[in-house]
Design a binder for this molecule. Structure first.
Ligand code: SAM
Ligand code: SF4
Length: 344
């Protein structure tokens, strides 16, 4: 309690993105679009969503301006571009190039469904992109089609190969397991990733789908995923990758060196170590995936605010960050924006 009161009294000028619980955000997730060419059942309804209108979206210059403020004034040193599907953003390569040219140079990565990555991987590497996370929840084309409602698994596999060939390494694969769809596929996914040299991380399904279909009683938990994996592989804690603010618990597979990670956002929350902040494609700062409020930077930006004012608004936006996401509280309310509009 004392900490909270002390920090509340501090001037926000000149500090990084600190919140009232002693956490400092240094990892910025930037959503470049809310649109997507897949319809993953844990994310979007079949018919898609009401996409943001073009004038609402930050332009490429506006994205780079806010990223520049974050890196040069607010201590952010990791930038991850996401969406929606960020490869659908026409200016992506240029945005990446301008971000990697900043001093101090941030680490820059991309979370993508992989469709179109085969075409863009080399250009992204040349623009300075450091790494990619590709989402792939199944290695069975029929299950892929049911889960994403699109028959595009081949494109994703081609994207993964191209990313590795371009040196966007380590190539990470994100997988969400869904009851009744791919619930028992953890070992097959791990086998596939081991064979190709990809680093696999499972993410527990979170209540962030637009359809509000998440159900705690049926979600596939981290414990269940671990049980599936240990039936087939020998897993030992990967002490070298201490959890710190990294949300994945990492395990050496069959003695290593390859690893597998599990992000247990629901059953083992890591909010106390959170170092993230998000910027939506329409220029709103979100201090948490599950935040129920946002802070508008776009209006100030378009009204001519200078960098110092934008930085100050951003700092103030972080003060209200709650200590935890509260998914496990009886009073939990899902945020009004779904994952695809927030930027996962
Ligand atoms: N379209 C890109 C992709 O799929 O990688 C980037 C955006 S997507 C919202 C980012 C990540 O969020 C993906 O790895 C996806 O699997 C994950 N995701 C989406 N909805 C989720 C949910 N309800 N629970 C857990 N993870 C989710
Ligand atoms: Fe699209 Fe990614 Fe959502 Fe799937 S998880 S629908 S690929 S934004």
């Amino acid at each position: 309690m004392t900490v909270i009161q002390d920090t509340q009294l501090q001037d926000t000028q000149g500090t990084g993105l600190a919140d009232n619980y002693g956490r400092v955000a240094t990892d910025l997730r930037v959503s470049l679009t809310d649109r997507c060419n897949l319809r993953c059942t844990y994310c979007m309804p079949e018919e898609g969503l009401d996409w943001l209108a073009k004038p609402e979206l930050l332009t490429d210059d506006e994205v780079v301006r806010l990223v520049t403020v974050a890196v040069t004034q607010l201590g952010v040193h990791e930038i991850r571009f996401t969406g929606g599907e960020p490869l659908l953003r026409r200016g992506l390569v240029d945005i990446v190039a301008r971000t990697t040219a900043l001093a101090p140079r941030p680490e820059v990565s991309l979370t993508t469904n992989g469709i179109g990555l085969a075409r863009q991987a080399q250009a992204l590497k040349d623009a300075g992109l450091d790494r990619v996370n590709v989402s792939l929840d199944t290695v069975d084309p029929d299950t892929f089609k049911r889960l994403t409602r699109r028959d595009r698994m081949k494109d994703v596999l081609a994207g993964l190969t191209a990313a590795q060939e371009a040196g966007l390494t380590p190539v990470k694969v994100n997988a969400v397991l869904m009851r009744g769809l791919n619930e028992a596929e953890a070992p097959q996914l791990l086998e596939f990733c081991l064979e190709h040299g990809y680093e696999l991380r499972f993410i527990e399904q979170m209540p962030l789908d637009a359809q509000h279909g998440w159900d705690r009683a049926t979600m596939v938990t981290a414990d269940e995923i671990l049980a599936q994996l240990t039936d087939r592989f020998h897993l030992t804690p990967d002490d070298a990758s201490k959890r710190g603010s990294a949300p994945a618990e990492s395990f050496l597979v069959d003695g290593g060196p390859q690893t597998v990670g599990i992000i247990a956002s629901v059953t083992r929350p890591f909010c106390g170590d959170c170092d993230r902040v998000r910027l939506t494609a329409d220029g709103q700062v979100r201090d948490c995936l599950f935040a129920r409020t946002e802070s508008d930077l776009r209006t100030a930006l378009r009204a001519g605010a200078d960098d110092a004012e934008l930085a100050d608004r951003w700092r103030r936006a972080m003060r209200g960050k709650l200590p935890g996401h509260g998914i496990n509280d009886p009073s939990f309310l899902q945020p009004s924006r779904p994952m695809s509009a927030i930027g996962g």
